[in-house]
Design a protein around this ligand. Structure first.
Ligand code: GDP
Ligand code: IMO
Ligand code: MG
Length: 423
């Protein structure tokens, strides 16, 4: 399993793609098209939102699990975009139990954010939260509902009954017509039909046959609805447990849990971020790291590496390995600050505080590590790295609580130093 150890955008897409050549299945288990995963293959760059990054590896079967929320129009346009570029997408499997992001979920996401004003979460506006809310409220629409018009109509009616009251009376918006929604959804039915499958059965049978299955998380640990910086989180479980419910596999089946960890920290949207920089160092990280959102095009907030968060990610996910990404971006700093603990109300705190108030007050305690100026993008092994870069990696490993098994030194597939095998 592979997941984000920070606030998303750690480089999960690249890591998944790298492993794609040696695995049989890549499964997305949560989130939706709020994700933006970049994969660079040769001179080709792909931005994937809903499709598992394994789709670019010909031998690999990509699976969208039951825990994902699916916007059919986005899925179909992502598929046709890849087809136009010569990528074969015919192996895709889509869970019949995955929930559908309907047009009214997108509307509710946008109006809710507007209503929250300065208290807004800064969502991607893709309808993610409202769709998961409908799922939990038991008024959601699932992929399988597209194949029974009468049930679909009843379910859309039930969902819109309350929503139209809220939209018209509270938000002063126009009511959404049931027929129009049903018609639009039915239009997707035939187009999606070739992909719909009992993915839980398929994945478990594959595991019984000793096939290699990789679960690819969207977002990251600190955006987890249970373990993240609530309420500034996404509405699903990107953490390791989410893969079990979101794909229908037992925890005994998971052998490795790889945390993707950026050599510094970024975050998109609102919420606390202790090591955030507002100076020219932050600007430089953003510029050199190309830290602009793949989904919304927003500038990412940037800051130094936070070992407290990395330790926390190790714990809540039971990480067996880290994949450290974007080490190349740190080239050129004379000294690199790393947050080793927080100071909260005058006290030194070594672990992530569970209280939101404390976390909002957390100030980073920095240790300075010596930097390097040599270009590292061509490094193929750990010993190719300058001594100070090696020490930086070793220091992060020591602080973070799991071995760093691979290091990214550039966006391309082969710009990776593999230290331990992941398989
Ligand atoms: P994801 O959401 O976790 O898949 O990450 P994103 O794709 O949103 O953001 C990561 C960005 O960093 C993308 O532009 C990647 O191409 C790029 N990237 C990934 N690994 C590396 C690396 O090791 N070095 C550099 N310079 N860029 C990387
Ligand atoms: P990947 O998979 C970074 C953030 C949004 C917002 C919060 C809630 O590319 O790492 P949502 O639309 O999910 O309800 O928004 O979560 N967010 C992400 N930030 N990377 C992502 O995905 C994100 N997906 C959601 O910016 O703060
Ligand atoms: Mg991303």
């Amino acid at each position: 399993m592979l997941l984000g150890a920070q606030w998303g955008d750690e480089g999960k897409g690249k890591a998944t793609d790298l492993l794609g050549g040696s695995v049989d299945y890549v499964v997305r288990y949560q989130g939706g098209n709020n994700a933006g995963h970049t994969v660079v293959v040769g001179d080709q760059k792909y931005a994937l939102h809903l499709l598992p990054s394994g789709i670019l590896s010909p031998g690999c079967t990509p699976v969208i699990g039951n825990g994902v929320v699916v916007d059919p129009s986005v899925l179909l346009s992502e598929l046709s975009g890849l087809n136009e570029r010569g990528v074969d997408t015919s192996k895709l499997l889509l869970s019949g139990n995955a929930h559908i992001i309907t047009p009214y979920n997108v509307t509710v996401d946008k109006v809710t954010e507007r209503f929250l004003g300065k208290r807004k979460i800064g969502t991607t506006g893709r309808g993610i939260g409202p769709t998961y809310a409908d799922k939990i409220n038991r008024v959601g629409i699932r992929v399988q509902d597209l194949y029974d018009e009468s049930i679909l109509t009843q379910k859309v009616e039930a969902a819109l009954d309350v929503k139209n009251q809220i939209l018209t009376k509270l938000y002063n918006r126009r009511a959404i017509a049931v027929d129009q929604v049903v018609e639009e959804l039915l239009d997707y039915a035939d187009k999606l039909a070739p992909y719909v499958a009992d993915t839980v059965l398929v994945i478990n049978q594959a595991l019984e046959e000793d096939k290699v299955v990789l679960f690819e998380g969207g977002q990251g640990t600190l955006l987890d609805i249970d373990h993240g910086t609530y309420p500034f989180v996404t509405s699903s479980n990107p953490t390791a447990g989410g893969a079990c419910t979101g794909a229908g596999v037992g925890p005994t089946k998971i052998s490795r849990v790889i945390g993707i960890l950026k050599a510094y920290t970024t975050r998109v949207g609102a919420g606390p971020f202790p090591t955030e920089l507002f100076d020219e160092d932050g600007e430089a990280l953003r510029r050199i790291g190309g830290e602009r959102g793949v989904t919304t095009g927003r500038d990412r907030r940037c800051g130094w590496f936070d070992a407290v968060i990395a330790r926390y990610a190790t714990r809540v996910n039971g990480l067996t390995d880290f994949f450290l990404t974007k080490l190349d971006v740190l080239t050129g700093w004379e000294q690199i600050p790393v947050c080793v603990a927080y100071e909260i109300d005058g006290k030194r705190v070594e672990e992530l505080p569970y209280s939101q108030t404390d976390f909002h007050h957390a100030k980073p305690v920095y240790e300075m590590l010596p930097g390097w100026s040599e270009d590292i993008s061509k490094a193929k092994s750990f010993s190719d790295l300058p001594k100070n870069a090696q020490s930086y990696v070793k220091a992060l490993e020591e602080m973070s609580g799991a071995p760093i098994s691979a290091i990214g030194v550039g966006p391309g597939r082969d710009e990776t130093i593999q230290i331990n095998s992941f398989l």
